[in-house]
Design a protein around this ligand. Structure first.
Ligand code: F6P
Length: 363
């Protein structure tokens, strides 16, 4: 049978298990043999128990579990050529030259680099006697299919990436819980949420949570934002609101690129409004726990499609990522989307926020 490695890489996300389960079972149904590459690329670099065959039952009872049962990591060794040589050699020991990679844009970029390096890695392995020439000739190319797993929802071309919906649920639960204690004390809370350079979680949580103010990296506030924020919060108080909530994305900055932290916001509230505000940094609770219904079914569909794509791939085909876009499961060219995502980040870094929003919107 065709042998396919499945790996999760980068930060975990609720729903990765559903994608792994669906990919593995679809591969089995289609007559292929799936393998788990454990702990992301680290398992390929290490070899041995790092690469294991999977059966139908290996992925049983995981649909509802957060995280990823095959482990994930950000492997430094894999960025070096020596690490990639080891990874290629270990994959070939099992006859694997097809991979389904579930991870963020960094992981997908790493995957593409590995894919591009594959012919020269295989040639070097053959020259140094680590594999035979027959093995080298039988596996001239690495074929990959990607799935975006990241709570940040920062990949251009995908409506929602794996874990985003569950993370939003987690944030909203926290906001709802904080609201009651905030109301008792007539306090303002400043809540920092994850998302790296992307403000999606912050913005959507603020809308869904009925919050008073939100700071996101894509739209850094104009000079004087402190006044604007205080005026809005004061107005709410005058109207009888007992609690106020400000959401700060962890990547929020001002227009000069200086970070605006939750503590900065708290200081402003204390100095200008005399408020005894509290800061809550939600942290990894956002990435933990059960996947939502959406993250289960969407990841299942993505996993099935990725399995089909990787089996159909040939050395000549352009690698794809499987995404949910406009409410449909689609396969889109991997590097086009990763590069478009990079372009948005570069525009944000260069201070062209309108350009960044337009570039993201064009997808
Ligand atoms: O990319 C997902 C994410 O959770 C980001 O939102 C956050 O900035 C980062 O990973 C945290 O990384 P780590 O788990 O390595 O601390």
């Amino acid at each position: 049978p065709i042998r396919v490695g499945v790996l999760t890489s980068g930060g975990d996300a609720q729903g990765m298990n559903a994608a792994v389960r669906a990919a593995v079972r679809t591969l089995l149904r289609l007559g292929a043999q799936p393998y788990a590459v454990m702990e992301g690329w680290a398992g390929a670099v290490a070899g041995g128990e790092g690469i294991r065959p999977l059966g139908w039952d290996s992925v049983g009872a995981i649909l509802h579990r957060g995280g990823t049962i095959i482990g994930t990591a950000r492997s430094a060794e894999f960025r070096e050529r020596s690490g990639q040589l080891d990874a290629a050699a270990h994959l070939l020991e099992h006859g694997i030259d097809r991979l389904i990679v579930i991870g963020g844009d960094g992981s997908l970029t790493g995957t593409n680099e590995f894919r591009m390096n594959w012919p020269s890695l295989v040639a070097e392995l053959a020259e140094t006697g680590r594999i035979t020439t027959q093995v080298a000739q039988a596996h001239p190319a690495l074929m990959v299919a990607g799935i975006v797993g990241s709570i940040d929802n920062d990949l251009v071309g995908a409506d929602m990436t794996i874990g985003t919906d569950s993370a939003l649920h987690r944030i909203l639960e926290a906001i709802d819980d904080i609201s009651s204690t905030a109301a008792s004390h007539q306090r303002t809370f400043v809540v920092e949420v994850m998302g790296r350079h992307c403000g999606y979680l912050a913005l959507m949580a603020a809308v869904a949570g009925g919050c008073d103010y939100v700071l996101v990296p894509e739209i850094p506030p104009a000079e004087g934002w402190e006044e604007d924020m205080c005026a809005k919060l004061a107005k709410g108080r005058r109207a009888g609101r007992r609690e106020s909530m400000v959401i700060v994305a962890e990547g929020a900055t001002d227009r000069c690129g200086n970070r605006i932290t939750a503590d900065d916001v708290k200081r402003v509230l204390s100095e200008r409004l005399g408020e005894d505000a509290r800061v809550t940094i939600l942290g990894h609770v956002q990435r933990g726990g059960k996947p939502s219904a959406y993250d289960r079914w969407m990841s299942t569909l993505l996993g099935c499609q990725a399995a089909r794509e990787v089996l159909q791939a040939s050395p000549e085909t352009v690698p794809v990522i499987v995404v949910e876009r406009h409410n449909r499961i689609r396969s889109v060219p991997m590097m086009e989307q990763v590069e478009a995502t990079r372009a948005v980040k570069d525009l944000v870094a260069a201070g062209d926020w309108e350009g960044a929003v337009a570039a993201r919107g064009r997808s």
